[in-house]
Write a protein that binds this ligand. Sequence first.
Ligand code: PCA
Length: 323
Amino acid sequence: MGFYKTMIAGAALALSATAAHAASWQMATPYPESNFHTQNILKFVKDIDAATDGKLTINVHAAGSLIKHQEIKNAVRSQQVEIGEFIISNLANENPIFALDSVPFVAVSYDDSLKMYRASKPALEEELGRQNLKVLFSVPWPPQGLYTDRPIEKIEDLKGIKMRAYSPQTERLAQLAGAVPTQVEVPDLAQAFTTGRVNAMITSTSTGVNTTAWDYLTHFYDVAAFLPKNIVVVNKRVFDGLDESTQKAVLDAAAAAEKRGWEMSEADHSAQRKVLEENGIKVGNGSDALNASLKEIGKKMADDWGKEAGEKGAEILKAYQAQ
Ligand code: PCA
């Protein structure tokens, strides 16, 4: 081989070596770009880009634009996308561990939610690990409250109301409150309200603002029933295929994202509560009668969860209470 040919071959080899190590992942998330979860994810992606000198880039497809929320977990499993985010309670019918953070009134503060997360993390990792998914981080939504298009004084006022649900627990809660639940994902909320398919919902101040709740609804009762968590998972085989320093960059960025996300969630709750008020939503904590009835529903759901989750569930609750 002549000198120039060797040079060219050498350069091509160097190029392909870089190409082999550079990776580009697709990431599917269900919520809009304006949401704090997505903003946190965009920062996570930026941190990885910086730490790896662009060797690992992640393209975020928000608002269910690439994969619909219900499909995201399986899309990561089957490596249709490398990484994705979903709400844990979406999987509640698979295993009770996925329902725990959405049992009303078990953990209603950020402190208690963090304790619950710590107690349940090994089981979450184990169950998702079985499905070829590696947990990167998990961040809670602000406390879940009740939005309606009319004043609600007592639980009976919810009778027959069409209530939007996003998980088996929110569906059950609506049923036990005498309402009629309908499953609607966030990107479809505006249409569901406009067409009258629903006239109430249980969600956070964040999602209320992201979906301009004041266009359809009049009241927000900040009953703080539970703090459901999102989780970000990566396909295990894809992660294992990264070199050690890239793996470390991902894990470091994930740890930072988890810490930042919990802080963002809490700050978002109070900021967005004000935005709801500024836009004319009547914000309050709900009457004593309403709260008492909701707590009764929570008690029933907690009992049901305990039965379903059996010994393993009892152990997790014990670990939660012991902190
Ligand atoms: N927003 C998401 C999940 C919980 C929340 O606060 C939703 O409404 O679907």
